[in-house]
Write a protein that binds this ligand. Structure first.
Ligand SMILES: [Zn+2]
Length: 318
């Protein structure tokens, strides 16, 4: 499929023929009066800010008139969204960008993505959602495909307090050493899961912090280390060819990389705007889409606008 940028005409076709405002997620519509909307009209950035709508029809009219390049909604709720004043709270969000993942098992260059790293980003998002549900008791949580990765939206009021956000971020990423990583449940379990996930994706070039022989041992022993970790063995990195100093280096490096898997600024910043599900990511001609069935969600089935499929048809050999 041809995912080159959407032309103004293709945007118009998408918004007039395919986009249905009724598909905007219910969790956005129910608080539409409290959200600020931002528009990027020509791909030059979100210059049109401070938009507020009393209902979905206001949003619909603006979108269908202007066929914007991109649309965002605030994660924050405001008493006066048209002034971004009277802040009342904000969704808890986690931004997992496939192109910014610190380790990927594919061979994508920095800044590019493929089906494999998008799938890995979704896998990471699903693990984080499990952690939020199991360890924080979160109930209302949504996964949205953002175009280049995934956004997790948490709507539970008890997850909103600002002072908890850095803690929750560190927790779900497993970026801090647990007091006792051998504990069966709780943070230790999450930490082991994230450690194993990050280590499993690390390739030769991710071990440059070690000397060559040790790096080779680490790569050769990756599966054994993960097996030891899952068995909650005390010295789980202690495998042939890896001495104590290198074990500590590996431990710290894997945690450092895990701590880069989610864009922390998005979680901490409570005045953030995020791409609105159902709208077009014009640069790559895909639709930002709420994943109704996160486990089986496939953006190449569910987030491709019709005009991209029609491009393929018009280019097919006759
Ligand atoms: Zn890739």
């Amino acid at each position: 499929m041809d995912f080159s940028p959407a032309s103004p005409k293709e945007r118009m076709i998408y918004y007039s023929e395919e986009w249905n405002p009724k598909d905007v997620p219910e969790f956005i519509i129910r608080s539409i009066k409290e959200k600020e909307f931002a528009f990027d009209h020509e791909g030059n950035g979100y210059t049109d800010r401070y938009n507020a709508f009393g209902n979905i029809h206001g949003l619909e009219t603006k979108v269908k008139t202007l066929n914007p390049y991109a649309v965002c909604a605030s994660t924050a709720y405001y008493e006066h969204p048209e002034q971004r004043a009277g802040w009342r709270g904000a969704e808890l969000v986690f931004d997992i960008d496939a192109k910014d993942q610190p380790v990927r098992s594919c061979s994508c260059a920095i800044g590019s993505i493929c089906e494999k790293c998008l799938e890995e980003a979704k896998g990471l998002a699903l693990i984080i959602i499990d952690t939020l549900r199991e360890d924080f008791g979160v109930k209302e949580v949504y996964l949205a495909y953002s175009g280049r990765g995934y956004h997790i939206h948490v709507l539970d009021k008890n997850a909103e307090p600002l002072e908890n956000r850095q803690y929750m971020l560190d927790y779900v990423m497993g970026s801090i050493m647990p007091m006792d990583f051998q504990m069966v449940i709780g943070y230790a379990k999450t930490w082991r899961k994230m450690f194993a996930l990050t280590l499993s994706k690390m390739k030769q070039e991710d071990f440059l912090f070690l000397n060559k022989n040790v790096a080779n041992s680490a790569i050769a022993n990756k599966e054994l280390i993960i097996k030891n970790l899952n068995a909650r063995m005390k010295n789980f990195i202690s495998t042939p060819g890896i001495g104590k100093t290198s074990q500590d280096k590996i431990l710290n490096e894997v945690m450092r990389l895990s701590g880069l898997t989610v864009d922390g600024k998005v979680t901490i910043d409570t005045k953030r705007i995020l791409r609105l599900p159902t709208t077009l990511h014009s640069k790559i001609s895909m639709i930002c889409t709420l994943a109704k069935h996160p486990e089986s969600f496939d953006p190449f089935n569910e987030a491709v606008p019709r005009f991209v499929l029609e491009r393929a048809e018009s280019n097919a050999p006759k």
